[in-house]
Design a protein around this ligand. Structure first.
Ligand code: TYD
Length: 203
């Protein structure tokens, strides 16, 4: 597995706080200093927007088509204009809310292992992978406070999500990725502190 240096990803089930932590990180980043980019998947690009309309149940596509869309959105995210791969190779730090592991986990549950594995085998692994560990029941309680539930935001699915992350994380670790589990049940500032301890010194 090729590792893309300087690439850091946040992974975890829905409601575990990956997006919240990316926003908190944004506030901490010093203006001068090393170049750093914060991003997410699905992206804000055209393919990401289609994906979001499927997640929001405004558009119905087959689960296999959705797996292709996540991979296509990722291809553009990495190798399109201003893509993550070039930035990282030029020495910038890039932090993404979700990446390949999300497809292996979510589409793995939805479509079986083979399709997401095949669609994602060419992408490099991140240098650092933060896994947000939180009991799916607690995560779903957090989501319950939001107004609209998305496609995968229900407890039975999230139990499987957690199990699948626990299954794939050792594979990343064995491949040389720095896998860091964070206890996401604690207050957001505490979680942010743990993340900053790792990312801060890199900037
Ligand atoms: P999420 O990252 O939680 O964003 P938001 O906070 O805006 O809801 O939502 C993205 C959803 O898409 C989440 O349920 C995980 C799912 N997903 C996949 O199924 N496969 C993927 O490859 C990616 C990147 C996300």
């Amino acid at each position: 597995m090729e590792i893309l240096p300087n690439f850091i990803v946040f992974e975890g089930g829905d409601g575990t706080g990956t997006s919240t932590q990316l926003n908190l990180l944004r506030e901490k980043i010093p203006a001068p200093g090393r170049r750093v980019f914060l991003t997410c998947e699905p992206t804000g690009g055209p393919l990401g927007r289609i994906i979001r309309s499927v997640l929001g149940r405004e558009l119905e596509l087959t689960r296999e088509t959705l797996a292709f869309l996540f991979a296509a959105d990722r291809q553009e995210h990495l190798y399109g204009q201003g893509g993550v791969a070039a930035l990282c190779r030029e020495g910038a730090i890039v932090v993404s809310d979700r990446y390949v592991p999300s497809s292996l986990v979510y589409q793995g549950i939805d479509c079986g292992d083979e399709l997401p594995r095949r669609l994602n085998e060419g992408f490099p692994a991140p240098q650092i992978l933060f896994y947000f560990e939180l009991d799916p029941l607690a995560a779903m309680e957090r989501i319950g406070k939001r107004e609209k539930k998305e496609l995968f935001e229900y407890r039975e699915f999230q139990e499987k999500v957690r199990q699948r992350y626990l299954d794939i994380l050792p594979l990343y670790r064995d491949a040389g990725v720095e896998v860091i589990s964070v206890n996401a049940a604690r207050p957001v500032e505490k979680v942010a502190g743990d993340i900053w301890k790792v990312i801060g010194p890199l900037l």
